[in-house]
Design a protein around this ligand. Structure first.
Ligand SMILES: [Zn+2]
Length: 326
C-alpha cells in the first residue's frame, strides 16, 4: 500500500498559485502549489514567544519567503490553506488557536512554555494580509486530502483517523465536512471509552483515548515494562512477547471502541486510518480494528470499511493543499 512516488495532484493548468501552511506544536511549514507542482518549502520551529500574534506574524513572513523561493509574487497567491493543530476558539468570527501545546496560559507552568497566551491569533491577522484564507483542524485537512486523492474518494459518509503521536480525526456526513460551533468536530481522541484512567493526556484529561493509546502515551504508560516507545512495543508484540501482545490488544480495544462509536454516531461507510503508529504496523493492527466492528449491531456496521490511508505516510503533507486546491 505504501506510495513510492508523489501523487498526481491534478491541479488545473493555469490555476493561480495557492499557499499551504501546516502548524504543529513544534514546527510550522509553508509551501506554494500550482499546476507546476509543490515548491518553496520553508519550515521553522513554531513561534511561542512575544505577543499572541507572534505565530500569525511568523506565518506571514514565511509566506513571503516561500513565495520568493517558488518564484511567485505574494500578490498572486489566490488562497491560503492552513491545516493546524487545535483546538480552536472563534473570536468575532475568526479562528484562534487554544492548544495547551502552544498557549502557555492554558498549559500551566509545568509545560514550560515561554508565554502566557490563552489563545494564539491566527485567522484575523492572516486575513488582513491575504483575502482568501481557509483555516481547518489538521484532521479536517487530512480528511479533505483523503477525499480528493486518497482512500475516501467518492465516499459521502466517511472519516479520517490519525493514530500517531496524538489522535486526530476529520468527519464527513452526507458529503459535508463537519465543523461544529468552534471548528472542533472530530476531537474524539479526547473522548472516554474505557474505565481505565491511568493515563494523563496532553489536554489535561485523564484516561481519554489519546491519553491511553497515542504514541506519546506509550512510554508514559509502559516505559517501566521495558517499552520506551511505540516501535519497541510493536517489535516485541510481533515477536510474540505475551506482555506486549496483551498491551497492543488493549490499545486496539480502546481504538476499536472509538471507531465503532464514530460509526454508530455518524452512520459512516468508510474510515481511513493513517498516522505513524498505525502506518508502521498496519498489517498487524488493521485486522484487530476491523474485528472491533465486525458483527456489532449489523444495521450500523455491515459493510463498513476500515482501510489504510490511501496517501499513506504523506496524508499530512497534502492536508493544507487539499483545503484550497482548485
Ligand atoms: Zn485528551
Amino acid at each position: 500500500m505504501a506510495l513510492t512516488h508523489d501523487i498526481e495532484l491534478n491541479i488545473a493548468p493555469g490555476s493561480a498559485p495557492v499557499a499551504c501552511v501546516d502548524i504543529g506544536g513544534t514546527k510550522v511549514a509553508v509551501n506554494i502549489a500550482d499546476a507546476a507542482g509543490v515548491r518553496g518549502k520553508v519550515s521553522e520551529p513554531t513561534a511561542k514567544e512575544g505577543n499572541n500574534d507572534a505565530l500569525a506574524r511568523q506565518i506571514i513572513r514565511m509566506l513571503g519567503e516561500s513565495c520568493a523561493l517558488a518564484g511567485v509574487a505574494v500578490a498572486d497567491i489566490a488562497a491560503v490553506g492552513v491545516a493546524t493543530c487545535g483546538p480552536f476558539v472563534i473570536n468575532q468570527g475568526m479562528v484562534e488557536l487554544a492548544g495547551p501545546n502552544i498557549c502557555g496560559g492554558l498549559a500551566g507552568k509545568a509545560r514550560g512554555l515561554p508565554n502566557d497566551w490563552v489563545t494564539a491569533l491566527l485567522e484575523a491577522p492572516l486575513k488582513a494580509t491575504f483575502p482568501n484564507v481557509r483555516v481547518e483542524n489538521d484532521g479536517v485537512g487530512a480528511l479533505e486530502a483523503e477525499r480528493r486523492w486518497g482512500a475516501l474518494q467518492g465516499v459521502a459518509n466517511c472519516a479520517y483517523v490519525t493514530w500517531s503521536t496524538g489522535i486526530g480525526m476529520g468527519l464527513c456526513v452526507d458529503g459535508h465536512i463537519l465543523r461544529g460551533k468552534n471548528g472542533n468536530a472530530g476531537h474524539a481522541g479526547h473522548t472516554f471509552v474505557s474505565s481505565n484512567d491511568d493515563a494523563l493526556c496532553g489536554c489535561g484529561n485523564v484516561g481519554d483515548v489519546e491519553g491511553l493509546v497515542a504514541g506519546n502515551a506509550i512510554p508514559r504508560r509502559f516505559g517501566a515494562q521495558g517499552f520506551a516507545d511505540a516501535a519497541t512495543l510493536f517489535v516485541a508484540a510481533r515477536a510474540g512477547d505475551a506482555g506486549a501482545v496483551a498491551i497492543v490488544d488493549d490499545l486496539c480495544d480502546v481504538m476499536g471502541r472509538t471507531l465503532y462509536n464514530m460509526v454508530a454516531t455518524l452512520d459512516l461507510q468508510r474510515i481511513s486510518v493513517g498516522g505513524s503508529v498505525f502506518w508502521h504496523n498496519r498489517d498487524y493492527l488493521l485486522p484487530k480494528l476491523q474485528a472491533a466492528l465486525k458483527g456489532k449491531l449489523p444495521a450500523l456496521t455491515d459493510g463498513v470499511e476500515i482501510v489504510p490511508a490511501g496517501l499513506g505516510e504523506k496524508v499530512g503533507d497534502y492536508a493544507a493543499l487539499a483545503l484550497v486546491v482548485a
